[in-house]
Design a protein around this ligand. Structure first.
Ligand code: UDX
Length: 429
């Protein structure tokens, strides 16, 4: 099938590569000429496991890239919108890019199209996209707007696209639903067809629920510390109840990333616009903010005043297997450490290039062992496997004082204490 994907960010580029690999002819469109030039040369602008292999395998054959929206629209039956919807200062989603693309599609229509929205947009945006397209098109063409939210996680995006829990298709037109279902048929996944607005809501409700689940276990973790319980065991015991399930119950330094913070804020904002006060989600935002900042308190608790202290931080991205620093807990806490007079030496397996820009004044180490050399405290922000497998005896001998603050509970407290470390996790005695 002929597909155009507008926007070649995380979601767009993964969508391009995966649909091409499934045998479709895909044109990736992006207004950023530099990005398109790099993609032509096989350079992938983001770190995402498995993505380069897919792009390389299909590039120049079933997968092409252009800045020309008209060419993409006119050559395709399906036009996917996968542009960014970044948060405005008040938490509202900025829909400028989606609206611009909708207008561009309208101006360049040359026949019937199915416009599929993959960008996370507030409920009602699909209807607005349909009216913008109609407003900008000179001729009458049948255009169906479908909501097809993406649930992929950074770091496992290709795997998630190819192995979805469910494919969600939101449209009020059964013909369009059937055509979009055909695109996903090779994945043999469960397909749910619903109306446009319910699909848009499912995306926000899912992300907000997961953010709430993480925040709930973080609050339980904080209480565990006070009553002498261990949150890992508590989470395991809770997860055995099939009504709760074990996923997204890892307590830690709080959630970050390009989706949860933005989508939770956007849902609160949408509710407010509709005259509804979403009390629970407001509490989630506040509790997550507290959790991130509590990392500073944990470090102070074991180190005392931070003035002049040397702190090694491991992991900068908001989660493992990505270089994405958006809303990363590490970045926020490192700023707090600096404000408190500490000197920071950081290491991340993938995000060093971006970190050099985002964290001026922070020394970047070549590897984890170089980061801990001479440090008064080692702080773990991201659970990369290479940190879990570190030689802790070597770490201890390299540090000035053997102190670990483990923001992701990756180390076994008994083992590190036996090695002579002072240890502080999250939700552990
Ligand atoms: C999320 C959703 O999972 C995905 O379906 C959606 O399409 C986009 O947003 P992503 O942000 O890539 O994906 O990462 P995810 O693995 O969900 O983690 C988000 C944040 O929650 C990270 O900061 C992570 O460290 C944190 N987290 C996750 C926890 O603190 N504990 C957990 O148990 C799980």
């Amino acid at each position: 099938m002929k597909i155009c994907v507008v926007g070649t960010g995380y979601v767009g580029l993964v969508t391009c590569a995966c649909f091409a690999d499934l045998g479709n002819d895909v044109i990736g469109v992006d207004a950023d000429a530099d990005k398109i030039k790099k993609l032509h040369q096989g350079e992938i602008p983001i770190f995402e496991p498995g993505l380069k292999e897919l792009v390389d395998r299909n590039r120049g054959k079933r997968l092409t890239f252009t800045t020309d929206l008209k060419a993409g629209v006119q050559a395709s039956e399906f036009i996917f919108i996968a542009v960014g919807t970044p948060p405005r200062e008040n938490g509202e989603a900025d829909l400028t890019a989606v609206k611009q693309v909708a207008a561009g599609i309208g101006q360049n229509l040359n026949g019937p199209k199915i416009v599929v929205d993959k960008s996370t947009v507030p409920v009602g945006m699909g209807d607005l996209v349909a009216s913008i397209i109609e407003e900008h098109s000179a001729h009458q063409n049948k255009v169906d707007v479908v909501s097809n939210p993406e649930f992929l996680r950074e770091g496992s995006a290709v795997h998630d696209f190819m192995n979805p829990n469910r494919v969600l298709i939101g449209t009020n037109d059964t013909g369009a639903a059937e055509r979009v279902s055909e695109l996903y048929a090779p994945l043999e996944a469960e397909i749910m067809v619903t109306d446009l607005r319910s699909a848009e809501m499912i995306k926000y409700a899912s992300n907000a629920f997961l953010a709430t689940k993480i925040t709930f276990i973080n609050e339980i973790a904080n209480l565990c510390e006070k009553v002498g319980a261990d949150v890992s065991k508590v989470a395991h015991g809770m997860g055995l109840d099939s009504r709760i399930g074990p996923a997204f119950l890892s307590a830690g330094a709080g959630y970050g990333g390009s989706c949860f913070p933005k989508d939770v804020s956007a849902l609160i904002h949408k509710a407010e616009k509709e005259g509804y006060d979403f009390r629970l989600l407001k509490a989630v935002v506040a509790a997550n903010q507290y959790q991130k900042r509590s990392m500073l308190a944990r470090i102070k608790e074991v180190l005392g005043p931070l003035e002049g202290k040397q702190i090694a931080t491991l992991g900068l991205s908001f989660k493992p297997n990505t270089d994405d620093l958006r809303e990363a807990v590490a970045v926020e806490v490192i700023h707090l450490l600096q404000e408190n007079g500490a000197r920071v030496r950081a290491y991340d397996p993938a995000a060093m290039k971006l970190a050099a820009k985002a964290l001026p004044g922070v020394k970047l180490a070549e590897n984890a062992y170089a980061a801990v050399a001479g440090a008064d405290c080692l702080v773990v922000f991201t659970e990369w496997n290479e940190f879990k497998e570190m030689d802790l005896a070597r770490v201890k001998s390299a540090m000035r004082t053997p102190v670990i603050v483990d923001g992701r509970n990756i180390f076994d407290p008994q083992k590190v204490k036996a090695l002579g470390f002072k240890y502080r996790g999250v939700g552990r005695k």
